[in-house]
Design a protein around this ligand. Sequence first.
Ligand SMILES: *[C@@H]1O[C@H](CO)[C@@H](O)[C@H](O)[C@H]1NC(C)=O
Ligand SMILES: *[C@@H]1O[C@H](CO)[C@@H](O)[C@H](O)[C@H]1NC(C)=O
Ligand SMILES: *[C@@H]1O[C@H](CO)[C@@H](O)[C@H](O)[C@H]1NC(C)=O
Ligand SMILES: *[C@@H]1O[C@H](CO)[C@@H](O)[C@H](O)[C@H]1NC(C)=O
Ligand SMILES: *[C@@H]1O[C@H](CO)[C@@H](O)[C@H](O)[C@H]1NC(C)=O
Ligand SMILES: *[C@@H]1O[C@H](CO)[C@@H](O)[C@H](O)[C@H]1NC(C)=O
Length: 364
Amino acid sequence: MADHWCCHRRTILSTLLVSLTLFGSLLVQWPSLMNPFLTRELNEFMVYNSTDTNSSTNTTILVWHWAFGFKQDTRGNVCQDRFGIPNCFLSDDRSLFPQADFVIFHNRELINGQQKLPLHLPRPEEQGWVWFSWESPTNNGNIKFLDGKMNYTMSYRRDADFFVPYGWLEPHNVGSGMTVDDFIPKNKSSLACWVVSNYAGHLKRTQVYNKLKKVIPVEVYGGATGRRLNGEQLLPTISRCYFYLSFENSQFQDYVTEKLWSNALNGGAVPVVLGPSRKNYEAMIPKDSFIHVDDFSSVEELGAFLKKLAGDRERYASYFKWKLNYTVSRYGSWVMDPLCSICTKRTTLQKPKVYRNLYNWERK
Ligand SMILES: *[C@@H]1O[C@H](CO)[C@@H](O)[C@H](O)[C@H]1NC(C)=O
Ligand SMILES: *[C@@H]1O[C@H](CO)[C@@H](O)[C@H](O)[C@H]1NC(C)=O
Ligand SMILES: *[C@@H]1O[C@H](CO)[C@@H](O)[C@H](O)[C@H]1NC(C)=O
Ligand SMILES: *[C@@H]1O[C@H](CO)[C@@H](O)[C@H](O)[C@H]1NC(C)=O
Ligand SMILES: *[C@@H]1O[C@H](CO)[C@@H](O)[C@H](O)[C@H]1NC(C)=O
Ligand SMILES: *[C@@H]1O[C@H](CO)[C@@H](O)[C@H](O)[C@H]1NC(C)=O
């Protein structure tokens, strides 16, 4: 189903390209139409894009419990008012269960026992249960008991039914006269920085850090270090670093978090990433905008490279070229914003669908 949809879209896109070629002067629009990163996923499922909504159908989305207990105000018509998505009703009123089209279950509260699936209620055949998690399999616990119960997934995974990335690039024109240098913070004073809350020794990221700090100085901040940064200090601190260690807590397909988007790319430091493969990152950001730990045969080599790069103004600046054409975007409210987008994808969902083995799907 997903493939079918993708290829159909590609045909539309090719047709569009041909038409644009016929009108040469329109070609200037091509780059912004053709965001090469996450194009299909973003077009199919974005809060700000409700073109696919079947506006004659009402959709009721029931949030069974809020993620991490962050209760949101759903009074009024929030999806319409905030995102212009019509006929899309979001609520946490459990009495709506019998008529809800989708019921959202955030994973954390299910696995820690704070919340339970409503297995005692008669479940409408047409209703879709949505499993929602931002975490990687390492932190999702044992979800075997969900097998055969969830119809859809909502996660950072690009192949989730509802793709909710931690961030994405949006094409934008900075206008003429701007150069790459305008985007590089001027007062860099630290070579490499890292903000970390958990550096347990078994984590791959801790092992890389322990080797790296022997080769180059690494400024470490965060809960585990006694050098906490508050929200206001975070980005200015990162902007003073040439490199930021965007090291994920675990390595899984598509698991790329705010450590890349909000911290490094937004903070004005070049990301040194540890996470999924380089190829996986290249689906999300330009290949010359980051340094991957796997690009080097040893951490020592990585350290030597970073030292050299920081001293080479021109080459260092090349890592910021993407800023001339993209900005980093993310959800305004990560507990609320993705939910309204369910309505925009409703008509393209496979139906019926059920995840017989969610555990395996996560680790695929
Ligand atoms: C919305 O999606 C359509 C294709 O599905 C695309 O042509 C359009 O540019 C998108 N709009 C925005 C604002 O992203
Ligand atoms: C909209 O939904 C109605 C009712 O489910 C369906 O009959 C119709 O084909 C849909 N239209 C589009 C354009 O998807
Ligand atoms: C959709 O919801 C609106 C607002 O509650 C209601 O007025 C309308 O009748 C509903 N439409 C359908 C087709 O159920
Ligand atoms: C330079 O660093 C200071 C803090 O030391 C910060 O307030 C300022 O915004 C930075 N300037 C630039 C251009 O990044
Ligand atoms: C990127 O932005 C620059 C500066 O605005 C512009 O000259 C260039 O054509 C853009 N490139 C693409 C591929 O959009
Ligand atoms: C959701 O899964 C249940 C349980 O397997 C199934 O009975 C139901 O038809 C599915 N619903 C949808 C919309 O796929």
